[in-house]
Design a protein around this ligand. Sequence first.
Ligand code: BG6
Length: 499
Amino acid sequence: MIPATNQRPPATVLFIFGGSGDLNLRKLTPALYNLFIDKYLPERFAVVGLGRSPFTDDSFRERLLEGVQEFSRRKNGPDDTWKSFAPAISYMQMDVADETAYSKLSDFVGAKKKEWNEEPNVVFYLAVAPQLVPGIATNLGKLPLCGDKSHVRIVVEKPFGHDLKTAQELNSLLGGLFAEEQIYRIDHYLGKETVQNILALRFANSLFEPIWNRRYVEYVQITASETVGLEGRGGYYEGSGALRDMIQNHLLQMLCMVATEAPISFDANEVRNKKVDVLNAIRRIKPEQVKDVAVRGQYGPGEKEGKATPGYREEEGVKPDSATETFAAVKLFVDNWRWEDVPFYLRTGKSLPEKATLITIQFKPAPYYAFPEEATHSWEPNHLTIGIQPARDIRLQFQAKRPGQALAIDPVEMVFSYKDAYSVQEPEAYETLLLDVMTGDATLFMRADQVEAAWKVVTPILDAWADETPDFPNYAPGSWGPEAAMQLVEKDGFQWMTK
Ligand code: BG6
């Protein structure tokens, strides 16, 4: 989290593997640039893009500037900010499979140390395809420099493993090369301002916490819907699917924020311990229960704005009989004193009607016996909606008397909206996360045991799904997913909330 004191991190050299790739272009460099504008970057800072493409420093900087102009929340800083920022960027062409090439990195750090007369922090950011991670990490681990636990960190992007076994293997490989406190596993949802705010909402107020439990909460819903289809990511997504891509990480992490007990401090390990407790308390799904608590879907061909759109199976890089799900919905229970028997419904999908992430906490209905019958026609339980994106708001719905002589009741809303309450633009998730890596704050990153605990939650579903051929495609693009997803909540007497 950004320090309230605006204290800059110490001198840092940041190496980005996959320097010419999409993630750097769309997210990392725009984030660094915004940190630079806001004066959060270290005074002494160097970022080195590493990749196979042949760039010079200048052509690399130009490419990154295009990315900033297209994707950054600020296209241009004041005056000539880019010109002041650009000299910190350089490029090294490198074949990551070539073990001998890695000494160049130590040489670069050595030169900076001399130039700055200071031991810099060194961050290795692996913005590369998951299959390259073990090789790069192994080569980095051989550099004597990486033994310096207090100065050297490695950042690993998701997906973290393909299943529990591969995640454990990767954890054990990384654990043999680096100390856990050097490893920063990214889940970019944790960097989102509105996700972090869940802890503030719950624990900086006395209003919500007393009713935040099974006695008052009827259910919790978390929806992360996307309108986009594959966007050319067929190669990756085919081997992943919605459960692995979104639920195992982003949605379970949001569930943890909603369900966690209060940490006794915001120390990284304390917060993460509490979140692991939640994951470990999630009721294990038995193989025969999977069909009752998990729904998968895949979008077929359809039409968007009058134009025909391909079904998932027609997308590039996708098998014509693909069984990969582009939609997943699950019902989970957190079996502890606070949450026992409160259903947590999670759903996510591609090609849905809206791009929106929202969390709904529905409270148990108030008894209405005292009210005349006609007053109860529009009776609704209270709910609290946390708009993660794009709404970025918190809405509390309660009931009020409609003005007039009759005793009629209407649901009304109290709203807190970031946009209306604050004029400053909030930082992008990657700004927060990059700054945290540079300052050495791992609170918003996934610890090894968290990742494994999350895989354990979804493993029974993955196993059951792997054993059966689904009847795909089973939803139209632009719809809210397969019919069975509706039934998942309707059979419990509820509806999916879409706002
Ligand atoms: C990524 C997934 O982790 O999150 C993508 O791999 C998904 O498939 C993306 O589109 C969604 O992130 P956001 O921040 O746009 O909601």
